[in-house]
Write a protein that binds this ligand. Structure first.
Ligand code: GAR
Length: 213
């Protein structure tokens, strides 16, 4: 992840998602536009009829539903092994969590150490967990936003690569706020992946350093 090199081969990304996959679409779009030097090798969902899988098929990207049962909120045990063997089969270098609503546990964290990214709909470390835009609105903050971070053993606690702020407006509802946060998410994820694909990301403790030379 250290040295910058314009002639790098495309970064091989696996996207994991549980829902509609709009962040995944923003990554697909950035690749197609030529602004992100990457290839999505597979898209995997823990939800059988998730729209993210339809997006994959539409774009000719291998799509897999892999059950994460019996767990409801984490990926562990046999299910984790099933995910890992698919990720290896496709030669994934980086795992991109795009609305994947499960906690990543030790097995995957060790297998892809420092190579799992997540997008979170808040300016971390504020409002980790679920429905963070609602948390921000209910708390009464004036600025919300989104964060792309490297996944570690905590929940939404890993080193931060990119953040984008979104002002909260007087008449915001959870839905209007989340929609505006998503607009910024769709810029933040391709931006973070571009930095990674260009070898500009390194770690200094828990601080992400961006090398722009
Ligand atoms: C995004 O807003 C993402 O930040 C959030 O789920 C949504 C997925 O949307 N993730 C989390 O809340 C993770 N804790 P998408 O399926 O359209 O990309």
């Amino acid at each position: 992840m250290q040295q910058s090199n314009k002639n790098r081969p495309p970064l091989k990304i696996a996207v994991l998602g549980s829902g509609k996959g709009s962040n995944c679409q923003s990554i697909i779009d950035a690749i197609r536009a030529g602004t992100l030097n990457a290839r999505i090798v597979c898209i995997i969902s823990d939800v059988k009829n998730a729209f993210i899988l339809e997006r994959a098929q539409k774009h000719g990207i291998p799509a897999e539903y892999i059950s994460a049962a019996p767990f409801k909120t984490k990926l562990e045990g046999k299910a984790e092994q099933n995910y890992l063997s698919e990720l290896r089969k496709y030669g994934a270098e980086v795992i991109v969590l795009a609305g994947f609503m499960r906690i990543i546990k030790k097995g995957m964290l060790e297998a892809f150490a420092g190579r799992i990214l997540n997008i979170h709909p808040a300016l971390l470390p504020a409002f980790p967990g679920v429905e963070s835009w609602k948390q921000a609105l209910n708390y009464g903050t004036k600025i919300a936003g989104c964060t792309v971070h490297i996944v570690n053993e905590g929940t939404d606690t890993g080193p931060i690569i990119v953040q984008r702020a979104v002002p909260i407006l007087e008449n915001d509802t959870p839905e209007t706020l989340h929609a505006r946060i998503q607009v910024e998410e769709h810029k933040a994820y391709p931006e973070a992946l571009k930095l990674l694909s260009e070898g500009r990301v390194s770690l200094d403790g828990r601080r992400v350093k961006i090398n722009m030379d």
